[in-house]
Design a protein around this ligand. Sequence first.
Ligand SMILES: NC(=O)c1ccc[n+]([C@@H]2O[C@H](COP(=O)([O-])OP(=O)(O)OC[C@H]3O[C@@H](n4cnc5c(N)ncnc54)[C@H](OP(=O)(O)O)[C@@H]3O)[C@@H](O)[C@H]2O)c1
Length: 257
Amino acid sequence: MSMERLTLVVDIGRMQTLRGQRVVVIGGTSGMGRGAARAAAEASAEVVVAGRRPPGARAPEAWKDQVTEVVVDVTDERAVRDLFQGIGKLDHLLVTATPPASPRPFLEQDEATARSFLDGKLFGSLACARHAAPRMRSGGSITFLTGCAAIRPRPGLSMVTATFAALEAISQALALELGPLRVNTIRPGLVDSEMWSFLDDRAREQLRAKVRAAFPARRIGSVEDIGHAAVFLMTNPYVTGTVLEVSGGEPLVSLDL
Ligand SMILES: NC(=O)c1ccc[n+]([C@@H]2O[C@H](COP(=O)([O-])OP(=O)(O)OC[C@H]3O[C@@H](n4cnc5c(N)ncnc54)[C@H](OP(=O)(O)O)[C@@H]3O)[C@@H](O)[C@H]2O)c1
């Protein structure tokens, strides 16, 4: 092997490891957050996983000796502050936690429900960033999570579109304000996570089949796809102010759900 090639291999290896780094995943008790927590653990990080459900109610994982499980509700800023005080120094934060969206036509929406989604998702994500950022070591990063509704509105999801678009915009503003700390957002497409567990097996298979037929990637997304993107954003030292879409091409097609 040539010296240049050897150097490249060593460099790539170094960039993808999170050895010796602490990664905090808020929303890591399920779905994409759990997928990202697992990916970070596989990249040798020490992982702190947070959500509202108590540790005893969470799925057991083979990687659990690398993980600390904690409880937090992102809608309670004092609890978020206490959480980060307890965690201390960290390297990377990923926030996937999202309160239920309660889809509803705009004319039937009540303001309290609309505000509770905006508050929980936007201000919940920002509370995590505000209390994590001052504790981040050099080379640290913050990653938020939205969805393709940010750029592809659907009837009944106007608050989701508004909230995701606001979070993507503020993530770029924070990249500027908090640099050299890096701030990015992952915009996932449809992902086969626990979020869809309200569907019975048949309806869930139909959803997968629709996606297979329509999406350029010819399959529904997996939590591993999002975990891979999350570790990339944590480990690439030159990516900031970016919205990384990991969607299988969802916005390129119309999908009648
Ligand atoms: N899955 C998809 O197809 C998809 C596609 C695009 C966008 N999205 C968006 O991404 C979000 C996450 O998706 P997912 O598939 O990972 O969903 P999920 O499996 O339902 O996970 C949601 C996570 O958020 C946590 N959470 C919810 N409310 C919280 C709160 N107030 N405080 C702290 N943690 C809270 C939950 O933990 P606890 O229950 O322990 O609190 C859970 O870990 C979705 O809600 C949706 O807005 C999803």
